[in-house]
Design a protein around this ligand. Structure first.
Ligand SMILES: NC(=O)c1ccc[n+]([C@@H]2O[C@H](COP(=O)([O-])OP(=O)(O)OC[C@H]3O[C@@H](n4cnc5c(N)ncnc54)[C@H](O)[C@@H]3O)[C@@H](O)[C@H]2O)c1
Ligand SMILES: [Zn+2]
Ligand SMILES: [Zn+2]
Length: 345
């Protein structure tokens, strides 16, 4: 089979590889029908995630058809269409029992990281019963690919950890696929005002179409001053960081109101300065974490009922064997006006 393989920092190739086989009775082999590329794959390719070793197949998102199941798999059989979660979970360990699948003792984020991932014709999914979801009849498969990672990340780490409530004024910093997923899922809770902040005017324009009430452009607007103006000097109820750099976390510290929340979603590679000398008196909450995808069943229902349409995040489509072209487009997202790319097998 063919797979997109990481060959060390800056190097990747689309190569012939052994088709995966059942290794444990709980494994499921899935034939990929649609997959995508995540900003995290670009981080890996830069060499920012040293746990990924040369030879690893990348990718942790996708949908497909069950090809084979191990003897202990009860929920799936060959031929079943499935959604692959970016987080693998046994469903039985102490952390899985409290729905903290991100910290499963025999799983977590391992796909395209510690084991071969989904940017291939076939993938082995450990603990298939708990790490795959059946695809409802008639579901939009492009929308489902958004449920592997970015939509649960936005909902769990941005909206739920940030405690977004009806009427709130919220600010989302970073209008990439993850920030956009925060924007879409925050609307389940009817915030009064949603301010989207980015430096890319095209992404801000898209954010308006997706429900942002206001946008601020880093570089052109004085973000902190404008937020204070908008909120009568109070600041925002929830400041959500969806970039992963110190500057944007710092903006969150400056714009959060007394009693508010900072929800950090971005993956950080450098320390940030925590202004506890200003924040201690403000009765705020600061949260952060890795997505558990425990909200996937709920997101599947919202998709089914038409409450949310994540397929609108898809801007480009390629055949799976054109994946190197897809990487080129996704790596130049601002120039190409790209948000999510779909790869069709
Ligand atoms: N916590 C988790 O479980 C989890 C899961 C998935 C992704 N992530 C992280 O979420 C973050 C966002 O992911 P993405 O795929 O949307 O990334 P992305 O790179 O596509 O988007 C980031 C956006 O931030 C904007 N930006 C960059 N610098 C900025 C600045 N100084 N001020 C304002 N905007 C700025 C960019 O223009 C871009 O639109 C990443 O750090 C990613 O690793 C976290
Ligand atoms: Zn991802
Ligand atoms: Zn577990």
């Amino acid at each position: 089979m063919k797979a997109l393989v990481y060959n060390g920092p800056g190097q990747k190739s689309w190569v012939e590889k052994e088709k995966p086989e059942i290794e444990k009775p709980t494994d499921v082999i899935v034939r990929i029908t649609k997959t995508t590329i995540c900003g995290t794959d670009l981080h890996i390719l830069k060499g920012d995630v040293p746990a990924v070793t040369p030879g690893r197949t990348l990718g942790h998102e996708g949908v497909g058809i069950v090809e084979a199941v191990g003897d202990a798999v009860a929920n799936f059989k060959p031929g079943d269409p499935v959604l692959i979660s970016c987080v693998t979970s046994c469903g039985k360990c102490a952390n899985c029992k409290r729905q903290l699948y991100a910290h499963c003792s025999d799983g977590g984020w391992i796909l395209g990281h510690l084991i071969d991932g989904t940017q291939a014709e076939y993938v082995r999914i450990p603990h298939g019963d708990n790490s795959l979801y059946p695809i409802p009849e008639g579901a939009d498969e492009e929308a489902l690919v958004m449920l592997s990672d970015i939509m649960p990340t936005g909902l769990e780490i941005g909206v739920q950890y940030g405690r977004v409530k009806p009427g709130d004024t919220i600010a989302i910093i970073g209008a990439g696929p993850v920030g956009m997923s925060v924007l879409l899922t925050a609307q389940f809770y009817s915030p009064g005002r949603i301010v989207m902040i980015d430096m890319d005017p095209a992404r801000l324009e898209l954010a308006k179409q997706f429900g942002a009430t206001d946008t601020l452009q880093v570089g052109a607007d004085d973000v902190v001053a404008r937020i204070m103006e908008m909120t009568g000097g109070l600041g925002v109820d929830v400041a959500i960081e969806a970039v992963g750099v110190p500057a944007t976390f710092d903006t969150c510290q400056k714009i959060v109101s007394a009693g508010g929340s900072i929800a950090n979603v971005g993956v950080h590679g450098k320390p940030v300065e925590l202004h506890i000398e200003e924040l201690w008196i403000k009765n705020i909450n600061i949260s952060m974490g890795l997505v558990s995808t425990n909200t996937t069943p709920m997101l599947l229902k919202t998709l089914g009922s038409g409450k949310v349409d994540p397929a609108k995040l898809v801007t480009h489509r390629f055949k799976l064997d054109e994946i190197l072209d897809a990487y080129e487009v996704f790596s130049n997202a601002a120039r190409e006006k790209a948000m999510k790319v779909i790869l069709n097998a």
